[in-house]
Ligand binder design. Sequence first.
Ligand SMILES: N[C@@H](CCC(=O)N[C@@H](CS)C(=O)NCC(=O)O)C(=O)O
Length: 206
Amino acid sequence: MLRIWGRLSSVNVQKVVWCADELGLAYERIDAGGKFGLNDTRRYLAMNPNGLVPVIEDGDFVLYESNAIVRYLAARAAAESLWPGGLRERADVDRWMEWQSTVFTPGMWAAFWQLIRTAPEERDAAAVEASRRKGEVCAGILDAHLATRRYLTGEAFTVADIVNGCAAHRWLNLPLAREPRPHLERWYADLKSRPGSRQVTSLALT
Ligand SMILES: N[C@@H](CCC(=O)N[C@@H](CS)C(=O)NCC(=O)O)C(=O)O
């Protein structure tokens, strides 16, 4: 059976769990990382020398890097709608996945870390504000893009929506002031209504 290593509070683990649930896959998930540890053991480092979650084991095949795992699972299930085969359609999905991992999540990361994982007396208000501004820029980009399409790459839900949906779940639940983003909020509500998203979109931020 497919095995997913990683704690569900990790946004990168969330992507993999959501994708597996969306595909209806049977899997076992093992808590690792953060307070659960395990990711510094010899066995774990042999799977991922970075000591980060998630990692999957699919029989004797081991893979780390969350977005690569999501693409692998969709391709393995031959889920053409989630991970389209057409050159340009696939490039568009890939672009939004890259954007999530290199722009959106890094931009809001400090705000998340300060507001959710740092004791109030140790918080750096300037870091929160700088990160909030970066998050707002990303939210504005998503809002404008989603004004003319149901999902990120058109009318079909894809893995680009899964990985950005995980990031948006964080952004929209951070305890900070946000501009109204009707198209982003409509898209997120749509994602939230999908049974496959439930484990992730019902989670409180921790
Ligand atoms: N680029 C990697 C990043 C993985 C990563 O940074 N994972 C974090 C959690 S989101 C981690 O393992 N942190 C250490 C820990 O949880 O102990 C991916 O997308 O899988």
